[in-house]
Design a binder for this molecule. Structure first.
Ligand SMILES: *[C@@H]1O[C@H](CO)[C@@H](O)[C@H](O)[C@H]1NC(C)=O
Ligand SMILES: *[C@@H]1O[C@H](CO)[C@@H](O)[C@H](O)[C@H]1NC(C)=O
Ligand SMILES: *[C@@H]1O[C@H](CO)[C@@H](O)[C@H](O)[C@H]1NC(C)=O
Ligand SMILES: *[C@@H]1O[C@H](CO)[C@@H](O)[C@H](O)[C@H]1NC(C)=O
Ligand SMILES: *[C@@H]1O[C@H](CO)[C@@H](O)[C@H](O)[C@H]1NC(C)=O
Ligand SMILES: *[C@@H]1O[C@H](CO)[C@@H](O)[C@H](O)[C@H]1NC(C)=O
Ligand SMILES: *[C@@H]1O[C@H](CO)[C@@H](O)[C@H](O)[C@H]1NC(C)=O
Length: 209
């Protein structure tokens, strides 16, 4: 009798563990999202091309790469706001650009290439500077919100607030040959909270087992 009762309890206990384990795994998979990786692959400032020797063309060409590194989650991007600044500080905004929202499948990347018309740059001064061998620094800020597609439902919106500095020399091109990864701008509380939640879930799992 007592053996039978023990087995029942054990089976009950086992199914409880299995259920909570699976729930935890599911929660962990749902919560564990990597934000898209955004980088500036190309950047060309015609006015600083020494060969042209003319600062009359104020356009800046950029190539922005957006990459979803999640192996199992799609990403829904809302409109992406790009702001360009002259100098590493945000004191001098020179251009805005908006990439319209789109959906990106898992493990996919895409490029957005275009020209922006930069205003308010002291072109002649900057041109003299790069001609003298110094580099001009531009800053690119990216702001958007994204949702992840987990199996068949969409998560809430996550903020993406990134920035990067692009150094340009007298060829008009960016100095770095590799792409410039845009990094977190402000304090990313959302990301921190997401990590905290994952930690809590994992701790609960460890305690339960
Ligand atoms: C300005 O330079 C860009 C390349 O950055 C080029 O595509 C564009 O045609 C130029 N505009 C003029 C008016 O020359
Ligand atoms: C700079 O201008 C020259 C002359 O138009 C052109 O041949 C060269 O490709 C330009 N440099 C870059 C990096 O586009
Ligand atoms: C560049 O243009 C200026 C006038 O705009 C001229 O005085 C100068 O000689 C030019 N430099 C080169 C290297 O062609
Ligand atoms: C940015 O601006 C702040 C104050 O406006 C200044 O203290 C700082 O040195 C600047 N940074 C750079 C890299 O110019
Ligand atoms: C960028 O957009 C902001 C707000 O939409 C506007 O105040 C600002 O003048 C724009 N800057 C440029 C350089 O177009
Ligand atoms: C460029 O360098 C020369 C000497 O190397 C200097 O006299 C001049 O002021 C510099 N110009 C700029 C814009 O820095
Ligand atoms: C992007 O810019 C638009 C218009 O200025 C604004 O309404 C929107 O909130 C911005 N998005 C983000 C994520 O900052």
């Amino acid at each position: 009798m007592s053996d039978y009762g023990g087995a029942g309890c054990c089976r009950c206990c086992f199914s409880f563990l299995l259920t909570s384990g699976l729930t935890t795994l599911f929660l962990w998979l749902s919560l564990h999202t990597s934000k898209p990786v955004c980088s500036i692959q190309d950047f060309y400032v015609s006015a600083l091309n020494k060969t042209l020797n003319s600062t009359s063309n104020h356009s800046i060409f950029f190539d922005l790469k957006l990459e979803n590194q999640n192996i199992d989650k799609g990403v829904y991007y809302d409109a992406i706001n790009l702001t360009f600044y002259y100098g590493p500080n945000i004191s001098l905004p020179i251009a805005n650009y908006t990439v319209s929202g789109f959906h990106q499948g898992h493990k996919k990347y895409t490029h957005r290439k275009d020209l922006v018309d930069a205003r308010g740059v002291p072109w002649d001064e900057v041109f003299r500077g790069v001609s003298n061998g110094s580099v001009a620094v531009f800053r690119v800020d990216l702001a958007t919100t994204v949702r992840f597609k987990v199996i068949s439902w969409k998560t809430k919106r996550h903020k993406l607030d990134l920035k990067g500095n692009v150094k340009v020399d007298d060829s008009g091109k960016k100095v770095e040959t590799k792409g410039i990864k845009l990094k977190n701008g402000g304090q990313d509380l959302g990301c921190y909270l997401a990590r905290l939640r994952v930690l809590v879930v994992v701790s609960v799992l460890v305690l339960v087992l």
